[in-house]
Design a protein around this ligand. Sequence first.
Ligand code: ADQ
Length: 476
Amino acid sequence: MVQGSPFVVVANRLPVDEVSDDTPAARTTGGRRWRPSPGGLVTALHPVLVEHSGTWIGWSGSPGPAPEPFEVDGIKLVPVTLTHDDVERYYEGQSNSTIWPLYHDAVEPPIYRRRWRDAYREVNRRYAKAAAEVAAPGATVWIQDYQLQLVPAMLREMRPDLLIGFFLHIPFPPIELFMQQPQRTEVLRGLLGADLVGFQQRLAAQNFLRLAKHLLGTPYSGNVLEYEGRKVKADAFPISIDVGEMQRLADNPLVRERALKIRSELGDPKTVILGVDRLDYTKGIEHRLKAFRELLADGKLSVPESVMVQVATPSRERVEHYQALRVKVEREVGRINGDFGRVGVPAVHYLHQSYSRSELAALYCAADVMMVTPLRDGMNLVAKEYVAARAEHGGALVLSEFAGAAGELRQAFLCNPHDLDGVKEALMRAVNVDPHEARRRMSVMQRHLRRHDVAAWASDFLQTLAEIGNTTEIRA
Ligand code: ADQ
């Protein structure tokens, strides 16, 4: 039994993946094998978790009874059980078919189902209970993301002694949209259970403060609310990446060699245009393909001088909107290649696959232009990864105004993905940018990222939380 952690992270998923027996570097526990799944969050929090005997609570990724708590790389992991029904209702349903589209400007219509909401509540309670059991007296608990919005209030009720932080990785919608949710008051009260509610952008924090006033009459001054005799702070903490890791990868001679190989396999085109996204309808993949197709049709770009590589990571494949999107994207790729490709020379190289960090870094190094065109995105780490990987090599980033990253990466070629002509124009400016100017823009953005990496993000959040609680500080 894991007991008394002074620092607890609660997230939908544990930072590990279950693997089959023959995977190297896997850790075995209770007859099952696990491999750490590297991500920005775990990289940033690993040192804090190790230093403070921290615990991470989350789902293992497989439905069915949770394995016993175990340890990987010095972090205690406490798995939470999700049944097949929970996965369908809490995860695929309420989280990914209701909340996800609603919080992304309802670019696909959110679906509202009572039994999904009930499952969401029940599963949130399970995570809260797990946290209440493992947290030491006065511990700091950091809850992550939209799947767990009810946990802060549930946990506070069970354990009023805890210092509770919550961070939302996706946008927080304006009042008019949030109000659609049948569960709106419960969700708001859930979040208000935290001492600090963190968002990617200032606008999201503002949306939250205004919503609390509108829905519950909760007064606020600056960014602090008065709620049930407590103060709740809402602020922006724009997330970032492990900049050092990406730069090291991009400087690795093997990665550079691989980047050259990729270019040569693409037929050594003059311009490689790259997109890397989860296959998600918020990412604007179709919009960017359409812009590329029209530029080929207009004769402003041509194959084989310009090629596009679109990596679309398989995602939420059992959710209906995602199945429909895959069909639409693949149809568009087929159409472009049918109209503009030649034997052995496609216009778009479409890859529906996951890659290692080093292969991603090689793709970033190989690309002259990176297209990041979400219709709405909390932050978008791909944009930051591309900038970090470009070292001294220039390159151009086309970036949607509706990605949180646009608030920081001002030297990108910004565009409105809904305005097709605007996307085409931004892409052409990026394709034709003077190399000296490209390097200048890239180095300004890199300087920003070096000062604002993911470790700085975690430390900023945890320090702000500690100041609110005035407790022994848990610092990143
Ligand atoms: P996501 O919507 O998943 O994240 P993003 O921020 O772009 O979007 O992060 C995707 C991550 O997956 C990147 O680190 C990228 O390198 C990786 N990735 C993408 N395709 C891959 C592939 N084929 N193989 C391997 N890795 C791949 C949510 C929010 C974002 C927010 C983040 C973090 O939607 O807005 O930036 O959380 O808070």
